[in-house]
Design a protein around this ligand. Structure first.
Ligand code: 3H9
Length: 713
């Protein structure tokens, strides 16, 4: 079956791309061959005077080159050839003797945008689903079909690098402002306006595009000295963000530079050579695995396929208008577009919560992620109550009250008394077993846990936790709603700490032990940011809040005994009224809310004399292996449903370095036998908390792995 259909209208060939059997259009080998043949046909067909490329998919123009195809590439030469072929097709489009226009609605990404950039004119619908971007670096590669060359030529080097180096997508309005798009169109008019534009181009040729950006652009984009400065700054910023762990942005920067310094041909050559290197490299492999894992999770409701009927959620209730409750409410209106009713004990608290929930929208408006109209529409979905009025109409209620079993049980009973007989009740907790909260509920089958991470609107992960009696329908409803809130959702077992806090716990404890032995705070944090975490463990404790960490640590200690004994650093800190960032007093100093250096009096408080006695290698090993061991143990207990969920949870929940693929993937890469022998050595030196998990020992003995894909995907 073909991907393209052609209709000729008054000299314009309208080429509709609609890949059969696929939710999105992908430039795979078959589609490319068909496209090239059509181009040749249009070239010789005198009746065709212009071409409009448009998509037949509801919300996708083209999702880019076929990721499945490039992961299957056997070697660097094949990857290079793929890029060279992609470039050749785009060149053919750019050099085509008749005008070719791209009429874009929906996501236009990677190779899809590279095709649009090669076209002579671009129209895009002014619709939130229309996003134009080059996400390649997020897959560990670079735009390899001419994107590193055409985008900077079109919109200037600074704006292009901003998109390419971060793998960013822009909404149509922003893309228009930047000059990536020539015309913005309401969705129903896309085709007719594109046809009109085609006829205009037939008559008067492609219009000249004015140079944008005034004097600054002239100084920085349009002259070699200015550009040299831009490259230097960009390189510095990439290195600061990636710690040098991700080669793709630097390679993309080099390919852009080559093209602008030595011309298009040299640029394209550099681009495909570097694409070849990256596409078969280890970092790209890991990032692509993460892409496939998150894509698979989008379709996984956390229950056996076909076993549940998720309930549509039109109205959400949120009980507890504090920081978490407001974050949940704000994110729900902004992302899911549902009505949200917030409840707290009295109206002043409700008012404060509503204001904080609107803060989520304020942030999005400020960052131009939403328009004023969208802001107004979302804000109008929020309302509050001090007496559960409106709750009978809710489909799902999330409680986010104080982390106390008896309080939570009372709140669940109150919610049950106020909602309809189908509503699902979720409890947002990080430490209390769901089954215990559900005890005493009239309908425990409709009660479950939804563990959001703070701040809710920024953190990408959600853990959904079924209690012992939760029904599959309730699980699937919570998972689907979590996804509508923009979260990556994993379903985890009702065990202390669930997944994320379980594997975080020994890691944070170990950081405490290292500190109490005199390892400087900076040395611990620096080692782990060099390993690839976004923040070090001590800084993370400050972020989480030392009171929260102490409570969580206590729960884990009680549940798992000696292995998870917290260091006594936190108790001493709390006794000195140090709660972390939230009260501006933690392991670090905070000046006007901003983290400054280590707060040195902390060492005296903890009776420590800092010394560099412990090497960075040992710091790293103790911290990382504590986490790997716990992850293996928790996985064998069934805390996560698959290694995929465990790794995605670690990456999205605590920022485990994506280029390492997650703790379970890392064990596979190191080999269970090596992990066991290192843990044994650590146990001999530092104590039995490092004793390797039984499952890991068994895996080592049997040569087993967590994944059966051999690390290839
Ligand atoms: C590139 O373009 C390189 C070039 O520069 C140079 C080359 C020489 N390939 O996410 P969804 C599948 S690199 C293969 O659930 P949504 C996806 O796996 C590419 N498959 O839908 C899933 O499959 P299945 C740069 C792809 O509506 C199905 O489509 N492009 C690709 O939530 C539905 O996907 C990107 O990185 C692909 N390129 O989101 C964009 N794209 O049904 C990656 C999608 O079997 N894609 N699939 O599980 C996306 O970001 C999202 O899929 C998109 C739609 C936003 C498009």
């Amino acid at each position: 079956m073909s991907t393209f259909t052609v209709v000729e209208e008054q000299g314009v060939a309208v080429l509709t791309i609609d890949q059969p059997g696929s939710p999105v259009n992908i430039l795979n080998a078959a589609a490319k061959a068909e496209f090239e043949a059509l181009l040749e046909q249009f070239r010789s067909d005198q009746a065709v005077r212009a071409v409009v490329i448009i998509s037949g998919k509801p919300d996708n123009f083209i999702a880019g080159a076929d990721i499945e195809e490039f992961v299957a590439l056997p070697n660097q030469a094949a990857a290079e050839a793929l890029s060279r072929d992609g470039q050749a097709i785009m060149d053919r489009v750019a050099d085509f003797p008749k005008p070719i226009l791209a009429a874009v609605h929906g996501s236009c990404l990677g190779g899809g945008l590279e095709l649009a950039l090669a076209c002579h004119y671009r129209l895009a619908t002014n619709h939130p689903k229309t996003q134009l971007g080059l996400p390649e670096v997020q897959l560990g590669i670079l735009p390899g079909a001419g994107g590193c060359q055409r985008l900077p030529r079109l919109i200037g080097v600074r704006a292009a690098l901003d998109i390419i180096l971060a793998g960013k997508s822009e909404r149509a309005a922003k893309a228009f402002k930047l000059g990536m798009v020539d015309e913005l169109v309401p969705p129903p008019l896309l085709r007719s306006v594109a046809l009109a534009a085609a006829r205009r181009l037939i008559e008067s040729g492609v219009p000249r595009r004015p140079r944008r950006g005034g004097l600054t652009a002239l100084l920085l984009d349009a002259n070699p000295l200015g550009r040299a400065l831009v490259y230097r700054m960009a390189r510095k910023s990439v290195l600061a963000k990636t710690g040098g762990h991700y080669p793709a942005p630097l390679a993309a920067l080099a390919a852009v530079r080559t093209g602008l310094t030595r011309g298009m041909r040299a640029g394209l050559e550099d681009e495909h050579r570097r694409f070849g290197e990256l596409a078969v490299g280890p970092v790209s492999r890991k990032l692509v695995q993460i892409f496939f894992a998150t894509t698979a999770l989008k379709k996984d409701d956390g229950v056996a396929p076909g076993s549940a009927t998720p309930r549509p959620v039109r109205r959400l209730g949120v009980v507890g208008a504090g920081f978490m409750g407001a974050g949940i409410a704000g994110t729900a209106v902004a992302q899911a577009g549902v009505e949200v009713r917030m409840k707290d004990a009295d109206l002043p608290r409700v008012g404060k919560g509503l204001k904080a929930a609107t803060g989520v929208l304020d942030g999005r408006l400020k960052r131009r992620r939403i328009t004023r109209q969208e802001y107004a529409r979302s804000a109008a979905l929020l309302s509050g109550t001090a007496d559960f009025s409106g709750f009978p109409r809710t489909d799902l209620v999330i409680e986010a009250v104080f982390e106390e079993l008896t309080v939570k049980r009372t709140v669940v009973a109150e919610i049950e008394a106020s909602v309809g007989d189908q509503a699902i009740i979720a409890t947002n907790t990080s430490t209390i077993p769901i089954t215990e909260i559900a005890t005493g509920a009239h309908h425990p089958e409709r009660v479950l846990g939804m563990h959001f991470f703070s701040p809710v609107d920024r953190m990408p992960l959600l853990e959904v936790i079924p209690g012992a009696q939760t029904s599959p329908d309730a699980i699937a409803t919570a998972v689907q709603f979590g996804r509508r809130m923009g979260k990556t959702v994993i379903v985890v077992a009702d065990r202390p700490g669930f997944w994320v806090n379980r594997i975080l716990s020994p890691y944070l404890n170990e950081a405490g032990h290292l500190l109490m032995e005199g390892t400087p705070i900076e040395a611990i944090d620096r080692t782990m940011t060099r390993f690839g975490f976004p923040v070090g463990p001590i800084a993370l404790l400050d972020e989480v809040g030392l009171d929260v960490a102490a409570k969580g640590g206590g729960v884990m200690h009680q549940a798992f005994g000696e292995r998870l004994t917290p260091a006594d650093a936190i108790g001493k800190m709390l006794a000195d009224n140090r709660l972390g960032r939230k009260n501006g007093r933690g392991f670090y100093r905070y000046e006007v809310g901003k983290k400054a250096g280590v707060d040195h009096p902390v060492y005296r408080l903890l009776s420590i004399t800092p010394s560099d006695r412990v090497s960075p290698q040992t710091i790293e090993q103790r911290l990382v292996y504590a986490m790997l061991n716990e992850a293996a143990m928790a996985a064998s207990e069934g805390v996560v449903r698959s290694p995929r969920d465990g790794d995605i949870g670690a990456i999205f929940g605590i920022g485990f370095p994506p280029f390492r693929g997650g703790p379970l993937r890392m064990i596979d890469d190191l080999g269970a036998a090596q992990v066991v022998s290192t843990l044994r050595a650590l146990a001999a030196e530092f104590g039995p908390r490092f004793t390797p998990a039984g499952s890991l020992v068994a895996m080592a003995e049997q040569g087993g792995r967590f994944y059966d894909d051999g690390g290839s995907r």
